[in-house]
Design a protein around this ligand. Sequence first.
Ligand SMILES: NC(=O)c1ccc[n+]([C@@H]2O[C@H](COP(=O)([O-])OP(=O)(O)OC[C@H]3O[C@@H](n4cnc5c(N)ncnc54)[C@H](OP(=O)(O)O)[C@@H]3O)[C@@H](O)[C@H]2O)c1
Length: 384
Amino acid sequence: MKKNIVLLGSTGSVGQNACKVLTFHQDRFAVKTVAANINYKMLFHQASQLHAPQAVIAHEAFAERAKAEAPSGIKVESGNEAIIDCVCADDTDIVICAILGNGALMPVLKALECGKTVALASKEVMLMAGRLIMDTAKKYGGRIIPVDSEHSAIFQCLAAHPRQDVKSLVLTCSGGPFRKYNAQQLQAAVVADALKHPVWSMGRKITIDSASLMNKALEVVEAEFLFEVPEKNIKVVIHPEGIIHSLVEFKDNSMVGLFSNPSMELPVQYALSYPDVFDSEVEPLDLAKISSLHFENVDNELFPSIDIAREALRTGKNMPLVMNAANDVAVKNFLEGRIKFTEIWDIVKICMERTPAAELNSIDEICAADSEVRMFAGEIIKSL
Ligand SMILES: NC(=O)c1ccc[n+]([C@@H]2O[C@H](COP(=O)([O-])OP(=O)(O)OC[C@H]3O[C@@H](n4cnc5c(N)ncnc54)[C@H](OP(=O)(O)O)[C@@H]3O)[C@@H](O)[C@H]2O)c1
């Protein structure tokens, strides 16, 4: 029987990869709903292509126009409540969440409260509410299958092994466009340079995060919550070719890694096929043609992101949320030309230093804390 899919953030970079996978496997999956924030034209095109009967536009300001232009046969809903209704519907089997930013939190939380399987690309969710998300999944029998390529790799490498045999998780990292930059070059880095990722084609926010290595820092936090491995046992290594997507080191000092050509189609597909493996359209690896793979340590002085993440995890409580929200605001301002590249780190550090560590005990407290940090980061930027 086909599995029913709700695809959130379908018009983005991960979302479009998910559409390719779902088109290729139309015999296995029925897409019930596609959802995006504002881009209703692409959303309708996707809904038609995937034979999805429903499309949801989250941003209410675009709802009227979207409803007026809806093609026949596609029911259009709008707003966050409509997204949650689709996610929690009885016949939803898997929710793919590829929403950028804090809008991902409520749909993921509600999906898990309804005991659904969530194919999770939106790492912000784990930064904002990692503990709550994991506890909710356990409490209601929901399941999270990671879509971030590194976490998907680790999920697959861990598969058959008892957790006590695991020594460390090793996240690989391309190093981004500034891997060879010195301090002076980083000071002068502009948006166009930061958007030139050497391996992956992704959305603008995550591409900037890859240049600052903040993406890897967010992934260290995501990994600690997802796999319940402490940060001291999560390593990061630069691997410029992007062929090994991450590894697990075992207590006998052997390692298992996941190799493939870089493509987000594979982690999306595995989250949908788990525990099976399906055929894919991804080009097979020709190891002899690749011929050599390289590894380097991160320069943590030049790129402080991973140390910032470790600090956030050691402090715990609200600090991963603070780090994420401050970075979000800083990246937006960098993209809009208001701050320098290196100021992204300054803003995150200032927000973390000046926000008192506090336990966040409910979703309301989490949302309020997120807004406060965003406001504070905005004020710091104005004062620069
Ligand atoms: N890109 C990658 O290769 C990659 C890899 C691993 C993990 N991730 C993670 O996946 C997430 C998405 O990244 P991306 O690069 O795909 O982002 P993106 O290209 O900017 O796309 C973001 C998507 O989210 C939608 N969206 C934004 N706010 C929404 C809301 N409130 N409700 C519903 N939809 C909303 C956007 O709709 P509109 O188009 O209408 O604005 C768009 O479809 C991020 O958390 C990122 O860290 C990305």
